[in-house]
Ligand binder design. Structure first.
Ligand SMILES: Cc1cc2nc3c(=O)[nH]c(=O)nc-3n(C[C@H](O)[C@H](O)[C@H](O)COP(=O)(O)O)c2cc1C
Length: 338
């Protein structure tokens, strides 16, 4: 199949990516997403400082298995030398792509001058990218940024994009909101288009893509080369194929997942959590994951409350099975996918 998206040496058959999301895009999430058509997946952001200190929790966040490829790792930080050391460590771990976070707007991160705060410091971004590029032997380098820190015109993103291209970045992901804007402001696809018009490297649009129709609207408004799904992928791994089909210009529209499929995939997600993240954390994670897959179903709130009291994955499984049984929704026999 001809590549639909090329990022440096990486040839991807799909023009749909999943954004990194803290506490969400862990190994089980990525495995489920890949089974449903996602090609390139990304680990949630990891702090370059913590990685340089070989912090145990940070190393756990980078846990992967051979099926979890191709894999991107996103770094958060602001000191060029530390970022370079962390980049070399990521390359040494066998990742396929390194991404730099210029979008995180969490107060503590911004106060440290990291994430989206760097959008106000183009000179520093240039120094970080140069140091990281030099530290990498083979990995393509990408940047994920917002359209600006505070400037709603989108000019900050265009400036950072030009610097990124100059420093050897292979692709850019642009989230069409400023760091000061909350999620109730609609993502600005024209700002993504302005970045696309300013550079020759691939531009990946991000923000408010919850359906194939949203992806088509973003592509039409911005001429972006690929679409990055964020919250729209939580509990909805079917979205990747839907969007790919739509971007490829049609074919039959993928059928929406039926409730039995929803049950089966949620239980498989639980299996992967139990297998890969450890029993205690897996049971905790199921509160969030159970809610993703059952939103909109009758009595979903009751399930969410019950999952908060489940202290094991076995208990979480029982609650989920009872929930779907009560709705008369049976699934195919669950178990790990072969
Ligand atoms: C819970 C949560 C965690 C996130 N974590 C990250 C992260 O680690 N790195 C990052 O670049 N963006 C992160 N983001 C931002 C998303 O990747 C994405 O850019 C943003 O949600 C816009 O896309 P959407 O409107 O499709 O959700 C996070 C967003 C949410 C809601």
């Amino acid at each position: 199949m001809p590549a639909a998206l090329t990022i440096g040496p990486l040839s991807l058959a799909s023009r749909v990516l999943q954004s990194p999301m803290a506490d969400c895009t862990d190994l089980p999430f990525r495995l489920i997403a890949r089974e449903h058509g996602l090609t390139l997946a990304c680990v949630e952001m990891v702090s370059a400082n913590s990685l340089a200190r070989a912090n145990r929790k940070t190393l756990e966040m980078l846990k992967t298995i051979p099926q979890d490829r191709p894999l991107a790792v996103q770094l958060l930080g602001s000191d060029p030398a530390t970022m370079a050391r962390a980049a070399a460590a990521v390359e040494g771990m066998g990742a396929d792509l390194l991404d730099i976070n210029l979008g995180c707007s969490v107060r503590k991160v911004v106060k440290n001058g990291e994430g989206a705060a760097l959008l106000r410091e183009p000179g520093k971004v240039g120094r970080i990218l140069r140091a990281v590029r030099r530290a990498l032997k083979r990995l393509p380098l990408t940047v994920k940024m917002r359209k600006g820190f505070d400037d709603e015109s989108g000019r900050q993103a265009v400036e950072i994009a030009a610097i990124s291209e100059l420093e050897g970045v292979s692709a850019l992901a642009v989230h069409g909101r400023t760091a000061l804007q909350g999620y109730d402001v609609k993502a600005d696809y024209a700002a993504i288009g302005a970045v696309k018009a300013a550079v020759r490297i691939p531009v990946i649009g991000n923000g408010d893509v919850f359906s194939a129709e949203d992806a088509l609207a973003m592509a039409a408004a911005s001429s972006c080369d690929a679409v990055m799904v964020g919250r729209g992928g939580l509990g909805n791994p079917w979205i990747y194929r839907d969007i790919d089909l739509a971007l490829a210009g049609g074919g039959p529209k993928a059928a929406p997942p039926n409730p039995a499929e929803r049950r089966a995939v949620l239980l498989r997600h639980l299996d992967y959590e139990a297998l890969h993240v450890g029993e205690r954390l897996a049971a905790l994670n199921m509160r969030r994951i159970g809610a993703w897959y059952t939103t909109g179903l009758p009595h979903a709130k009751r399930l969410r409350t019950a999952l908060c009291l489940a202290d094991s994955t076995a208990a979480a499984r029982r609650l989920i099975e009872e929930f779907f049984d009560r709705l008369g929704i049976q699934g195919p026999a669950h178990g790990l996918a072969q």
